[in-house]
Design a protein around this ligand. Sequence first.
Ligand code: G4P
Length: 542
Amino acid sequence: MSNSTNATANLAVPAVQKEIERRRTFAIISHPDAGKTTLTEKLLFHGGVIHETGEVKGKSGTKAVTSDWMELERQKGISITSSVMTFDYNDLRINLLDTPGHKDFSEDTYRVLMAVESACMLIDVAKGVEDRTKKLYDVCRYRNIPIFTFVNKLDREGKDPLTLIDEIEKTLNMQCYPVTWPLGIGQRFKGIYNRLNKKVYFYDQRREDDLAVEVYDFSGPQDPILEKYLDHESLQQVRDELELIESALPPFDVNDFLTGKLSPVTFGSAKQNFGVDTFLQFFTQFAPGPKARPTKKGTEVNPLSAFFSGFVFKIQANMDKRHRDRIAFVRICSGKFERGMKVNHARLEREFRLSYSSQFVAADKETVDEAYAGDIVGVADTGNFAIGDCLSTQGYVTFEDIPKFAPELFAKLSVRDALKRTKLNEALMHLSEEGAIQLFFDPIIGNQETIIGAVGELQFEVLVHRLQDEYNLEVKLTRLPFSVARWPRTEDGKPLSQLKGNFQMFRDVIDQPVLLLNQEWDLNWAQKENPDVVFASSISRA
Ligand code: G4P
């Protein structure tokens, strides 16, 4: 049999391929307050999932699937968990993965970005490229994910668009391609020009909640239609800007976009639901579908393959406290998922049946019987899944690792009732499998005094809250002086338990040797004493 016949024989049937090809999976990255929740709501509204805005945060009285630590999120006004929202638009099935905006949960966001094919960078027109956006952008860049840019809050005063584009290009070292151009800004924001279809869209921002958009063909910067809507000052500025961008910019290069070198920029006001549909139309035209995913063996899995494969990128426990449930979020990488199917679990080298599965729509979850490469399914977990686990119906597939990052904050916990120590250890293990914290052990003391590592302060706060709320454990948290964790390795990556110098070695949750140090200075010292050792700052599961 020739290779090509072989390849065809391994592909899914045409109907399944068609489903896979219409999947688009993306995430929004932004600094808190840029308008991610508002934009998400409007996207779901256009996708017909919600019929009025205000539903995403879960109004009182809705049957939102929440737990009390989500309540904590709400009290603090931040988004801690990453949920998945699915909607249809222009014949495409779009999966939007939410990312936590707070910096203390950046690891969660990194994992989400492993599960998407593109991202939308949301920027507040007044604030420009903010700190968090830059960090998240760097992760996308590292993975070469194509990035759309949506400049938000045009109904407020802000930076003029040319300055903003220049700022994005310089700060992020990436080219921008304005797909739309704003006609005025702040109170004088009257509409946008869509450079691809050469139409202008006008709206009246005073008519909030009653969006009436007027659309005209546009002949160019001197088109008299601008005079009807723009005041003298805006008119001149808009004409100058349009003359400049129309003459100076090369046409949109899809390849540069798909390789992450160029970002198409659209402008709008999420709050006023203006410019969001233009973004969506552009998104559906250019966002890439499921891509071949590299495995640890150096091969790739074609998303259109007949066999099912996927990996766990997030685990969430106790979404419903009464049932102490745990859900593993699986990104499907190839083929078709069917509820009840048997899959091979590569790490445990065992077969599992995926009997209970769900998909999420805003705050509701519903049972899903079928899903395709590109989709995310939540599968019930009784403690067998950990982040990075790979599942497949054909052999044992292992995709590239999801890295864990070195924590910078450390603490120990004591429990009031000493008899509850075992229960505490169990709870900590659950939360570590979820990726909520990292655990370290002193080999002499063992798990009598587990060391907790976190990337951000708020993780500790959530930990204490969840131990109390979900496990009924009252704990006292004491901070430890460490601030650096490093995994000593040989140059070819083998774990090292012995170092020269007086350094105490700890163990991580998968029993790898790890060095916990008080400060960067100690690390420099360790490196000086052990010049051939690699002190890795991120680890992958062994
Ligand atoms: P986040 O998820 O990125 O943190 O931001 P979120 O959507 O919660 O929006 C943050 C604030 O910015 C909200 O105001 C929201 O209404 C406002 N906002 C979002 N998009 C726009 C926009 O296009 N124009 C204007 N003018 N404001 C926008 P808030 O005062 O915190 O809440 P609210 O009372 O308005 O709901």
